[in-house]
Structures are given as C-alpha cells and as structure tokens.
Design a protein. Structure first.
Length: 677
C-alpha cells in the first residue's frame, strides 16, 4: 500500500481509494489518519471506495464504525462502494452488512444471505424445510415415523435418508435461528480473532473464531445451541459472541489453516541448525500431523505443505533445489503450480524431515531413495509415496499423494458418456477374455481398473490382482505386490496366480512378452483378465501386443476389448462463462450453428487457470467377428485405424469435442491432451 490514500472531491462528497490489503498496523494508521484529516478539514461526507482492496480485518471495521460515529456528530456520514465478494462476506458474517450505523452505497448486488430473512423462531424445522421446497410432506411423515424408533434429530435423519442435503439443513437452521449461514474460505478469519481462543479448545469445541470488532467476537459454529460451549468461549475470550453457522467439516478444515497450517511463507523457517537437531532427535508419532502445531518451524512447514496439498487436491508435490532458491510445486489436475519459493539453505532440513517421516536414511544423499508414509490430516488418512533423486544442487523430492477419499471406485463415477459406459459394462460382463486399458502415464488407467474390479467383486468370485504398487486396498479381493528386487515379477506372479483358481485377474501393467503371453493364455482358458498398456490410442494397444510377439490369431481370440482414455481439466464452476465461438473455430470442428461453449475466466479457487477438477474422455473398441477377421491377417496400424473409422467407433477426439459442446471443457484442453492438429 502506498504512503498516501488517493482522494478526490465530487461536490460535497470526498472519495477515498486505498489500495491493497488493509491488514497490518501501518495500513490501519494510514487509513485512520486520512479519515481524521478529512474530519479536521470539515470534509464530512466520505465515501470509501473498496474496489482495489483485497482484504480487510477487524481493526478496519472498528475504524469504519468509529469514523461513522464521529462524522454523525457533525451531520456527516461514511459510505462504502465497490466491495469485493470477500469483503461483502466479511461484512455479512460480522453483522455489519445490515447495521443501521453504517451506510452502504452502490451495493446493488449485495448478496445478503438467507439468514437475513425474518427469523422464524415460531416454526418447526420441518415446516421451514417444507416451505423451502426441498422435501415433501410424505417424506417428512416417513422421517417422523422413523424418529419414533430412532431418537435422532429430524434434520440428521433427513440428511441420512438422502431426502435433503447438508446445505439444505444448514440453510433451514439458519432461517429458524436467525443466524447467518456462510461457506468458509480463506480470508474469512483473522489472527487477532484466532489468537483469542487456543487451538486445542477450538478443536475440542469445533468452532472457528473469525473476527474481533471492539468487544464482539464473530464465531463460526455448527452447533449454535450448545450453550455450555458458548459460555466457555465467552469466559476465555472476554467477548460477546456473534454467531455464524457453518459446516462442521469446513470448520475443522479451516482450523488447520487458521492455526498455523497453510498460509506458508519463508519466514516460517528461521533456525535451520536447531530444526535439524530437533528432526533427528524427534521420537514422537509423526502420523497425526494436525496435532503437531507448535513444533519446530521446519516441522510446521512440512506439515503445512502436506496439509495444503491434500486440501487443494494435489496428486504430487515437487520439492526441488536450484542455485538460488528451493521451489515447491503442486501438480493439480495434471498441471504444476508454484506454491512456495524459499531460500536454498533450508532445503536439507526439509529433505531430512521428509526422510525421517518415511523411515529412510537421512545421511544417504548420493543414491536415490524410495519410501512411503501415512498421515492423518483433515480427518482422513492419506498415503504418500516418497521418491528422492540426487541432483547437482541437491536432492529432488517428489511425494505422490494417494488420498483414498478422492479415489473413484465406481464405474458410474468415471465420467463416461452413456454409450461408453454401457459398452464398458458389457465388456466387464464377459465371463472370459482380455480387457486392455491404455493411455499415457497419468491418464487414469489404474483408476479405471480399480473401478472395474470394484464393479465385478462378489463373494462368489475369486478376484486376484498383481500390482506395482498396491495403491488402494479393496475388500474381498486378493491383492499382491510385485517385488523385482527378489525376482518376483509380473510374469512370475501371474504364473502362480493361475494356480490359485482365479475367476478374474487384474495385472497392473503388461510390460514384456512373457507377461503378455501368460495374460493371453489365461484369457483363452476361461479367465477374465484386466490390464493396462502405455499406448496413445486403442488400436495402438493391439499393434503393441502383436509387436511383443503374440500371434495375431491368439490375440484375436483372447481379446474382449480395448479402452483408451485421457484426463482433461474441467472448466472451473466458480468462474465459468458462456460465449459464442468464432465462426472459423466452429467451422473447423463442425459445431452446429449458434453453439455456445464455455471457458473459465480464472479465479482464486482455480489458481487463476480457469479449470478445476478433471473428467475422462474415452475410446472403446469391442472385439467382434469383423475385428477378429482383420486381426488374424496381422494388420498394420493404418489398416486398423481405417477399420475403426469404417465401423463408426467414437474416437477420443470426438468424445472430447462432445464435452466441449456440453460446456464441461474447452477445445484447447482437448487439443492439449490428445495432441490433435
């Protein structure tokens, strides 16, 4: 922020336009002095333009209230214009968004929350839910009947029965109690508030202090009727409480960030030598990292990075040392984003901490090391695969994040189009044959295999998997991990698996001729075999197997089908916008006239990329008599491509363009992932 606040006069109005985030003492003093100067020079009609303000805190709100009181004594007032959505939310949660003491100008789209409707104390929760239109009388009656044998609260039963969502319930409670209901996010709390309530107490009571304005503390809670907890908080903080309703899961998640979790900066780490000593002598349980706040700065830094990676849905964390800085990047939706840059002398401490957590040798810096660790964070267990690689400036560390909560183990949730999903289920319904899933690294092949196995699992079937490594553990499925260091390869294990009377076999990857031969023989002898290959498309999988030395006539008989796939980034729903494509682009892709497609503008929730989350596009070829006839002739890839086109199979490009027309992704993203011209 500059050392002065820009001001201009329009008639009797004085416009003040601060810039930046008003969150430290220097900025508070500057704002206060500017307002005092205006009052001293008899400029009493003030308008504070918030357009270029990214963030405010409780002290700024105090300054606003105090200034408005002083101006009112002289017949003036203080108005506000152009607040961002975040600042509007801050005003709403603190109860100042509709305060009679403040004057808001230009708030045409002020998004007052549902809780600012008249309080409905006299109505039962069921009546409010009925008026909201999210449940019917019949559904409410069925829950009332259920309540007679199950003493749970009605709202909880409605959610458990799938009649309403948790958001519906919170909105109804908000209306009944007259308490604002808010979706928590970064920026909706300040250190001055969280410092009033110790972290252990906040975690125990499941609350999040948000803002302190004079003697009032704004507090997020999922249980506003827990009088005992609220009294305890008042006694500790010495403040009156202004309650805000929020999801308990969101409160627990943002407690991690608010109490030293994810607002990471290089200043978190100061005394490297002490940190290294503490890391090497640390004997505590490393697994529950949420409970380790207050440890050494390096411990907090590493824990914060892991917590943020899990929160942001990162699949990998890269920690790499350059000549002048250490860089931390997260791979989110297949693309790397920089999240932290710090000085290089901290790199050995960070690497040592991670090696200790993974039970590896911290003294070995010349050879690559692999390991794994498991942490409990944000209420769930997350597996991390550790890999180090020595470089000229230091060891490069990559952590693969395996979050079971984000795993997709249901074929219905793979995002397939209706025809492709039906065809996949048809292939999985076969009693025998070879199903190949193909695509480059990171295209979701293993996820599709897991979903297929989960779809097939039954107490009546013996399902055996051979994996490297076992990523997710499934019930009633015999999972096995290869170990090349002792000679236990895919091929050797597959030979022994066939003696275990399997019905269905999943082979993580076909890497060599021996594995391919055994898999084909197993498919020919009455087993359903699922496996993956690294090829660019479905016909590439067929030519690759034949290039490995498998006789075409054997492959044609054994093959059930091939699934080729890619993962594309979805358009971020928070900043999605529709537009008419340029005529030349519409003509190039043969889009219907008047088609409207979508793109993301970029916002804070998607790292300004315009994309958030991923979806799959697929190409499925089913083995039929026509394909078998052409395969026994040992066709070239071009001949197979011509056959697929002639048979009318939907290609990856076609499936991707259909998702563009549905407004789920962009043409640029389709071109990026399948390298089309």
């Amino acid at each position: 922020m500059s050392q002065t606040i820009a001001s201009s006069n329009i008639g009797v109005m004085t416009y003040l336009a601060p810039v930046g985030a008003l969150v430290d003492e220097t900025q508070h003093t500057l704002l206060e002095e500017t307002i005092n100067h205006c009052i001293a020079t008899h400029q009493l009609q003030l308008v504070l333009d918030l357009e270029q303000i990214s963030l405010i805190d409780g002290r700024v709100l105090e300054i606003m209230l105090e200034a408005n009181d002083r101006l009112a004594q002289f017949g003036g007032n203080l108005k506000f214009v152009n607040p961002s959505n975040l600042i509007k939310d801050i005003l709403v949660v603190t109860g100042l968004g509709d305060a009679a003491t403040l004057n808001f100008a230009g708030f045409g789209d002020m998004h007052m929350l549902e809780a600012h409707m008249p309080v409905q104390h006299h109505k039962r929760l069921g009546e409010i839910i009925l008026e909201m239109g999210v449940a019917t009388e019949t559904q409410l009656e069925s829950v009332l009947n259920l309540q007679s044998s199950n003493p749970s609260l009605m709202g909880k039963l409605l959610v458990n029965q799938g009649i309403i969502t948790q958001a519906n319930l919170m909105a109804a409670i908000s209306l009944q109690l007259g308490i604002p209901y808010i979706a928590l996010r970064t920026g909706l709390y300040e250190d001055a508030a969280t410092n009033l309530l110790p972290n252990p107490i906040a975690r125990r009571l499941k609350v999040l202090p948000m803002f302190k304005v004079h003697d009032t503390l704004t507090l997020a809670t999922a249980d506003p009727q827990n009088i005992t907890a609220l009294d305890e908080i008042q006694d500790i903080t010495g403040c009156k409480l202004h309650l805000v309703l929020a999801h308990q899961e969101e409160i627990l998640k943002f407690q991690i960030e608010a109490y030293g979790g994810n607002s990471i900066s290089p200043e978190l780490v100061e005394n490297m030598a002490t940190d290294l000593e503490l890391v090497e002598q640390e004997q505590a349980d490393f697994n529950t990292i949420d409970e380790m706040a207050g440890g050494s700065p390096v411990v907090n830094l590493v824990n914060g990075l892991i917590q943020r990676a899990v929160r942001d849905g990162a699949s990998d964390m890269h920690i790499e040392c350059g000549r002048s800085r250490t860089l931390v990047r997260f791979r989110i939706d297949g693309v790397l984003y920089e999240v932290l840059s710090t000085r290089t002398d901290l790199h050995p401490a960070i690497v040592s901490r991670l090696k200790v957590m993974a039970n590896l040798d911290i003294a070995e810096r010349r050879l690559p090391q692999d390991g794994r660790l498991q942490v409990v964070t944000q209420g769930r267990t997350v597996d991390l695969r550790f890999s180090s690689l020595p470089g000229i400036n230091g060891e490069k560390i990559v952590l693969r994040v395996l979050d079971k909560n984000h795993s997709i183990l249901d074929v219905e949730k793979l995002g397939m189009s209706v025809p492709n999903l039906a065809l996949l289920k048809k292939l999985l319904g076969r009693s025998h044959g070879l199903i190949l899933v193909t695509g480059p690294t990171g295209s979701g092949k293993t996820t599709t295999l897991y979903a297929g196995i989960n779809h097939l699992k039954s107490i009546e079937k013996n399902i055996v998997t051979i994996e490297d490594p076992v990523e997710f553990q499934l019930d009633i499925i015999n999972q096995n991990q290869v170990n090349e260091s002792i000679g236990l390869s895919f091929a050797k294990m597959l030979k022994h698996v066939l003696r275990q009377d399997p019905d269905i076999i999943m082979v993580g990857e076909i890497r060599d001729r021996e594995t391919a031969e055994i898999a084909v023989q197993a498919a020919l002898t009455g087993h359903l075999v699922l496996s993956t290959l690294h090829t660019n498309d479905a016909v590439g999988a067929l030519t690759r197997i034949m290039d490995m030395g498998i006789e075409p006539y054997l492959l044609s008989s054994a093959l059930a089908g091939v699934v080729a796939q890619r993962l594309m980034r979805q358009i971020c729903p928070a900043c999605k916008t529709l537009y008419l494509p340029p005529p030349d682009l519409a003509a190039k892709f043969h889009w219907p006239e008047g088609s409207r497609i979508a793109r993301g503008r970029g916002c804070s929730s998607c790292y300004d990329s315009g994309y958030k989350g991923r979806l799959g596009i697929h190409e499925i070829i089913e083995s039929n008599e026509s394909l078998q006839r052409i395969m026994v002739k040992n066709p070239t890839k071009d001949e197979l491509q011509a056959f697929v086109v002639a048979e009318g199979y939907r290609r990856l490009f076609d499936d991707g363009m259909q998702r563009v027309l549905e407004g789920r992704t962009t043409a640029e993203e389709v071109m990026r992932v399948i390298h089309a011209d």
